[in-house]
Design a protein. Sequence first.
Length: 68
Amino acid sequence: MDENSFSSVLDINLKGSFHMIRHLYSHLMRQRKGRIINITSVSGLMGNPGQANYDSAKAGIMGLTKTV
């Protein structure tokens, strides 16, 4: 897998989730409530051959969601 393929999937999946959370964070904090629901995949836990970019992005979303 080339670097562009790896980066483009992370940019769409992981960074997309990051930017959405970042955009909504101050609004949720002002309301002192809210929910963030991110949908991932079992691939983020187990991995699949040939899908290092997808699996990494999904695992990253899981960690990001737990941290936030």
